[in-house]
Design a protein around this ligand. Sequence first.
Ligand code: UT7
Length: 330
Amino acid sequence: MKRRAAITGVQGYVPDDILSNKDLEKMVDTNDEWITSRTGIKERRILKTPGMTASDMGKIMVEGLLEKTGTHPDEVELVICATITGDLVFPDTANTICDKVGIRNAFGFDIHAACSGFLFGLNVGSKFIETGYKKVIVVGMDKMSSIIDYTDRTTCVIFGDGGGAVMLEPNEEGNGIIDAVLHGDGGGRHFLHMKAGGSALPASQETIDKRLHYVYQEGKTVFKQAVKGMVSTVQDVMSRNGLSSADLDWVVPHQANMRIITTVAEDLGVPLDKVMINIQKYGNTTSGTLPLCLWEWEDKLSKGDNLVLTAFGGGFTWGATLLKWAYNAK
Ligand code: UT7
């Protein structure tokens, strides 16, 4: 049987501090009714602990994952961290996580693909497993509160902090990652980006005064492309593997907007009770949404379940991954 990369454990983390819609009503001109009906979000988590960084969230996720899977840090060979809010522009946060956890025999790097980051990281990690690696960790998390303008009501109601990590190991029983359809279109960069802080516009007094170090989004355009991109890639990956929506046990969609999730499910013909949804509690954690869903649903998943993970985000980047779940939670 072909050697596949299977997820053998998942560990999520969200900070304790809750930012509710009622809290946001006091900060910007918005209201619970608008946020709930337009996005499905009721609250999100914010990392407020002074000095605590994205890599500290990653450390908690990875330490929990090692404990859960009975893995010694020396056994880990590769750590991929999907994030757009790493501790520093360089070096990569994956390396900082390894240092903080005490992973000494691995190399690590970050994937900077916004909301599709975890999906892309999962597929890159799976290729290393397929070609001989035995233990690869993929982290997907973001500290979005560090790049959100809490005076901009069009973005500050959407995003939150958190994410999760998964362990990938070889599987020769037919379970694991089966296939993926991944896409990118740089033309989409104009609709979702951060204007300053990169080499195009390094930080200056002017970029700070103009509030250019925050997420900029043209929501309507992104919304339409997100639905289209997620539906088409899920359909593509299913049809080239001879599956129909009736064969799916779970759809794991990026949590950007409840209306996007329900439209995608409807277009795919999948009932909502087969769709993982936790956007109401955490909002959009960017690279964190997919592992956070897997973590929350882990106990409900059974060995052999067909899952499709799908995401859309800044870049534009998007795609879908088909996998067979490899274990029953203890
Ligand atoms: O994860 C990465 C990918 N991102 C996404 O997939 C996000 C996709 N986009 C969206 O989820 C939605 O477009 C948003 C949630 C961002 C916005 O929802 P919308 O239904 O597209 O609203 P809109 O931008 O068309 O705005 C409608 C109205 C506007 O007022 P006018 O011009 O009609 O008077 C906005 O100014 O709603 C207003 N508005 C708000 N009102 C109260 C925008 N934000 C708010 C707010 N509270 N927070």
